[in-house]
Design a protein around this ligand. Sequence first.
Ligand code: 0O2
Length: 209
Amino acid sequence: MEGQQWKAFLAPYNQAVEELKVKLRGIRSQYELEHSNSPIEFVTGRVKPIASILDKAKRKNIAMEDLEEGLQDIAGVRMMCQFVDDIRFVVNMLKNRNDLEIIEERDYITNQKDSGYRSYHLVARYPVQTIAGEKKLLVEIQIRTLSMNFWATIEHSLNYKYSGNIPDNIKVRLKRAAEAAYSLDEEMSQIRGEIQEAQAIFSRKTDKK
Ligand code: 0O2
């Protein structure tokens, strides 16, 4: 594909990511309006860079004409939660939306990856309206706690730095860090009630200012 063709190919994916960021951030604002604790802490999104699309297509043996169906994460949205239990809640909320059709789920929380990676992945079909009509695209939504996100972000950059071959001594550290991240989630879940009460008081206070 040439530069202009890539631009045209990626445009609806950009639109999907931008739309979903607004819509999913809206959930948090609605909770804030009602003064209740939001199950979502923050939302990010990105369109996969062309170089990563090409790398992944090569690695998975996907032909260029099959990219739309073969690569499920060209459009990616990430939703961060404070507590592990919020993830299940957010997943159900997404399943009940009528602007998304969930077609696949990957639970890397129950089934942690060997690397130590934990996160809940949903693949959805999402319709964008273009001047040529409606286009249904695949988007990947990753839902994780702040602690899972911290670990994954760092591991991702180390993987990049070492081109996928992280030295063994660092791998061991990362495994330990993954266990620590897991414990952090466990500990926070134990005092969830306390934390949420404190946050509710704090948000009422800052509202008055
Ligand atoms: P990026 O830069 O995040 O876009 P595969 O890529 O073969 O492992 P598949 O079938 O595409 O997997 O789907 P999966 O596993 O649901 O999603 C892959 C994405 O999940 C990755 O995207 C990462 O975002 C995240 N992920 C999966 N495993 C790991 C891991 O061990 N560590 C980290 N940090 N992230 C992980 P990409 O394409 O790798 O890159």
